[in-house]
Write a protein that binds this ligand. Structure first.
Ligand code: GDP
Length: 438
């Protein structure tokens, strides 16, 4: 489903035990796959119990469940238990019979009707048979996942014949994003609701538990200093049903979706807790989506100097890969540092949507190459001719030339640093793509 050989394209295994999150895509439609460990729904103790809990959580979080059984083994007592549980949840569910290569229409598959989950779909996960169909069927009619606006423009890819003519290359007009879509994410109790209340200046986000209600991430619009924001709030997430009474309020899927729906992410870290694996994995996901990022280390108020130094060290050690983002220490409760966070959100947003003109990009590229040539590979030396912008949020810089396939990562990072400095691109990841003409 995720078109990769390893279990998943991106494996956020540390996020929670026994649940792995990956991204798939059907055409333009992205979806998140949650892979669960084994499942014995009736286990009362030990590891199996823990796995059952994790799996129930995944079922509750998901829009659609695919229940996989084994064509070669036939129906087991466990399959019946799981089917019963799935029927009770009322979740949309598809029964898929795996290892069914060569027996798509045989009675071996038909037998599974007995589970009472509708028509069994025969597939071969290893060979890929039937998988695309199953995904299509499973995703049918599901609301389109909101993605942050993809840049609509495409610049003319025609290469200028000489570098001088680059100056004439039209200044690229990019659509300007007026409203800043800001996702506020972080572990439960990090202070998301408190921050939102502080920002809004009133008790707008009331965190209470109403059994039986499903509350998805909500969007709150607010204006400040002439700027318009839409906050995507993941704080009050709940999903409850008769079967899943003890679902944690933290839904990884909703957090990932909020990130995808945003332009800028505000990642909140709790200064009074160690930076956790969960923090690091959310950060990793943000990096992968290319969203602009601001980090707020909250609850700074209660700490003495030693503790503060320790938090800084912990952060630097575990989240060093977020070096492009501005980091603020704040107290959401007292409102300290909150305005500075908003200013960084603004500049991160501006950087993410910056217009990078072809002449300036190309001049910077030439200056960078003059100072340090890319390494030679065999008899070929990569030759970079010009650069133009290919997208926003994150900014994408496309470099044209020849023999660019061999450019090492270290050199890509060098160029990234140069462009970042030249265009003052703080707070956003930056992507560079090489296009060789031969
Ligand atoms: P959420 O789950 O991320 O929305 O977290 P909440 O906003 O509900 O906050 C969880 C707890 O942390 C509450 O008891 C807050 O009062 C407390 N808290 C939030 N921000 C701060 C802060 O800046 N300093 C301190 N000391 N406590 C805070």
């Amino acid at each position: 489903m995720t078109r990769s050989r390893s279990a998943l394209v991106a494996d956020y295994s540390g996020l929670t035990r026994d649940r792995h999150y990956g991204e798939g895509r059907v055409g333009e439609k992205p979806f998140i796959v949650v892979d669960t460990g084994g499942f014995e729904p009736v286990a009362k103790t030990g590891i199996l119990h823990e796995m059952a809990r994790q799996t129930k959580q995944a079922i509750a979080e998901a829009d659609v469940v695919i229940f996989m059984v084994d064509a070669r083994l036939g129906i087991s007592a466990h399959d019946h238990d799981i089917a019963r549980l799935l029927r009770k949840t009322g979740q949309r569910c598809y029964l898929c019979v795996n290892k069914a290569e060569g027996m798509r229409h045989t009675s071996a598959v038909a037998e599974f009707h007995e589970l009472g989950l509708g028509q069994p779909y025969a597939i071969s996960a290893a060979h890929g048979d039937g998988v695309a169909d199953l995904v299509d069927i499973a995703l049918e009619g599901l609301g389109d996942v909101v993605l942050a606006d993809e840049p609509e423009f495409q610049v003319d890819d025609a290469e200028p014949t000489e570098l001088d003519s680059v100056e004439d290359h039209a200044v690229v007009e990019l659509p300007i994003e007026h409203r800043i879509k800001l996702a506020i994410v972080g572990r439960p109790n990090v202070g998301k609701s408190t921050l939102i209340n502080t920002l809004l200046g009133e008790e707008r986000v009331i965190a209470f538990d109403m059994p039986g209600t499903t509350r998805d991430a909500i969007e709150i619009e607010f204006d400040r200093g002439g700027k318009k924001y839409t906050i995507i709030d993941t704080a009050g997430l709940r999903k409850r049903g008769k079967v899943f009474e003890a679902i944690e309020k933290f839904s990884v899927i909703k957090t990932l979706q909020a990130i995808e729906a945003s332009n800028v992410v505000l990642l909140m870290i709790d200064a009074q807790q160690e930076v956790s694996e969960q923090d690091a994995h959310i950060a990793g996901f943000i990096l992968e989506t290319g969203r602009a990022l601001v980090v707020a280390i909250n609850k700074w108020d209660g700490l003495d100097t030693d503790q503060r130094e320790q938090v800084q060290r912990d952060f630097d050690r575990k989240l060093r890969f977020l070096s492009f983002a501005r980091v603020h220490t704040i107290s959401a409760m007292r409102g300290q540092g909150v305005n500075a966070v908003l200013r960084s959100v603004n500049s991160a947003h501006a950087a993410a949507f910056a217009k990078l003109s072809t002449p300036k990009l190309t001049r910077e590229l030439q200056a960078a190459v003059e100072q340090q040539q890319p390494p030679r590979k065999g008899i070929f030396r990569p030759k970079m001719r010009y650069a133009h912008q290919g997208g926003q949020n994150p900014p994408l810089i496309i470099i044209h030339g020849s023999a660019l396939d061999s450019i090492p990562d270290s050199y890509r990072r060098y160029l990234e640093g140069r462009f970042r400095d030249a265009f003052e691109l703080a707070g956003t990841p930056l992507r560079i793509e090489f296009k060789s003409s031969h």
